[in-house]
Design a protein around this ligand. Structure first.
Ligand code: CDT
Length: 335
């Protein structure tokens, strides 16, 4: 029996700071309708899909920022999304800012904030939750940046690891699905965590500034998109999985986010790509049987991985300079 699913990348255009949730949700519902008409089984939305990319705005007191977060899913504002997901029998990836009341590492119950994504089943049930691990940017206001990037202020590091779940999608009995969020796509360790669970479809949303905002050196504009696609294509190839990278794109209150949402196959090839900086749907048929070639040959992990050679990966965070080699006899000044 064929294991082909139809996957839609539901890119969103900009969301301005003052845009209300119901306006954004209505735009997303229209994309879900279009996905249904295109025969899609899976729809992937961007990171923080319900709001502007608010970590560019500094707030002194985080309690003043609660309006950016969701305490429950569905909420009255997001209910229309869940209704459409049920109506069209879709599996959906949704990125949002999560406000949770739960114990911290010391067991103390408190208000906690995460950059989160969920997989929603066609029934409207939440199948799997992921909280972003690689938070870029700063915790405090940075004087050297042109634009703030305060994810480390707004969110805690995700505490759910990199989970993968097998769930029915369309006519296919079981699809192994995992999630990443934006900056995670640049980290091979994150992809490998998913690959080690035989992931077949990695869904990830992003909000990536179209230009470097750090003032630490020159970065050509075209490289922003190149690095994003390079990371996703390499992640898919090296872990024998399909991947969907979905942007929130365009000009948010004067700040440009890049587009170029893509669907990638396990050979690392781009199957479909968005070309606008607006709400746009791109669709591709993904034959999951394609994941088997890589998994059983060059990336047969059980046969070829060498844990004994990888000890630095989990014991060391920053890089360290190696020992310096010296020639046995100095030739300097030789006659
Ligand atoms: N949202 C997010 O994670 N954005 C970062 C910006 C980093 S600047 C290269 C990203 O990795 O796209």
């Amino acid at each position: 029996m064929t294991r082909t699913i139809t996957v839609a990348a539901a890119q969103l255009g900009p969301i301005q700071r003052n845009e209300e949730r119901d306006v954004v949700v209505a735009r997303m519902v229209r994309l879900l309708e279009r996905a249904h008409r295109s025969g899609a089984n899976v729809v992937v939305f961007p990171e923080l899909a319900l709001t502007t990319f608010f970590p560019r705005w500094y707030v002194e007191d985080l309690d003043e920022a609660d309006a950016w977060y969701e305490e429950t899913l569905p909420s009255p504002a997001t209910q229309p999304l869940f209704d459409a997901i049920r109506k069209y029998s879709l599996t959906c990836y949704l990125g949002y800012a999560e406000l949770a009341y739960e114990p911290d590492e010391t067991g103390i119950m408190r208000k906690r904030r995460f950059n989160t994504s969920v997989i929603i089943a066609p029934s409207g049930e939440i199948v799997l939750k992921y909280r972003k691990v690689h938070l870029p940017g700063d915790k405090e206001f940075s004087k050297i940046r042109n634009v703030q990037h305060l994810e480390k202020r707004y969110f805690e590091v995700g505490n759910l690891g990199f989970p993968v779940v097998g769930a029915p999608v369309g006519e296919v009995e079981r699809v192994n699905m995992g999630m990443l969020i934006c900056n995670d796509r640049r980290w091979p360790e994150a992809w490998r965590e998913l690959g080690l669970q035989q992931v077949e479809l990695v869904m990830l949303g992003y909000n990536t500034p179209a230009v470097n905002q750090e003032n630490r050196g020159f970065e050509a504009h075209h490289l922003r998109n190149f690095h994003s696609q390079l990371s996703i294509q390499a992640g898919c190839y090296q872990n024998a999985t399909f991947g969907v990278g979905v942007a929130k794109a365009g000009n948010e209150d004067g700040f440009e986010l890049m587009g170029h949402s893509i669907i990638v196959n396990p050979q690392g090839e781009i199957m479909a790509m968005a070309t606008s900086w607006d709400d746009e749907l791109v669709v591709a048929d993904c034959n999951l049987a394609m994941c088997e070639l890589g998994r059983n040959t060059i990336f047969n992990f059980a046969k070829h991985r060498r844990l004994e050679a990888y000890t630095r990966i989990t014991s060391q965070t920053g890089s360290a300079a190696p020992a310096v080699w010296q020639p046995a006899t100095s030739t300097t000044g030789a006659a």
